[in-house]
Design a protein around this ligand. Sequence first.
Ligand code: SIN
Length: 309
Amino acid sequence: MASTQVTIAGIHFPSCVFNASGPRDVTLPELREIGASGSGAIVMKSCTPEPRDGNEEPRYADLPLGSINSMGLPNLGYTQYCEFPKDLAEYGKPVIASLAGMQPSDFPVLVEAFQKSDVDLIEVNLSCPNVKGKPQIGYDFEASDAILSLLDGLGDKPLGVKLPPYFDFVHFESMAAVLKKHKIAFITCVNSIGNALVIDAETERPVIRPKGGFGGLGGQYLKPTALANVRKFHELLGDRVQIIGVGGVYTGTDAFEFVLAGADAVQVGTAFMQEGLGCFARIDQELQAILDRKGYASAADAKGKLKAL
Ligand code: SIN
């Protein structure tokens, strides 16, 4: 049987298929459920300095090909997520902290705290589209660079960046240049397509309430853009930065496409929200079957093997 185990920044993952920060990962009971599932890691909700209720309901809607959300970073505050890894150690899989500052000076405070915690990897979320009045930092290359400069040398735990989707080659190149200036071990690629608008023609209203209905688009709508981002960053960053692909992974075939594009691992967001905890083992088994059929010994073996047409 082909292996879906993977090593990211020196940390061993029992499967390269795991949850995306966002759905069902706010509370310790939810994180325990992920620990007990087939997920190859436990990724915690992006947290902020203070606890947040997030945006008003309804703030998530399933769509025919995915989802739209404007959650607004509901979370328990970072101090809780610094403690949870102790309770999650029994599951024997990596725990990934995800953090989002409300202002640049928050980022080093949060990173320093997680550097002292028992988490295995730290993801810096520069791409949440749903906090009112706060633009997605990842689209501002100078601001991203300035924030990452504040994080250099804060500790030895591997640091990653969660990026928004980019749509132009010059933007990929600008962000790759920023990432190369800092000690970034991995990127999570990509967050939802921010500020999409879905309208219910019957009610003549948007399907979610916050921000006049504008929210992040996930699921199948996102996959081609996510694949393009993984591919381009793999080309630009090579082996110096590992890539966790996210955006429309519902099946082993989706996961295999991300691996071909250059991903080391994949995260599951909307499919986890819609299907529940069983999605991880199912996708992992489907991926193993495809790797076997194609003659790859492991997912790592297939990484970046996209062929030219
Ligand atoms: C949210 O909580 O609004 C989603 C998180 C994100 O998009 O980073």
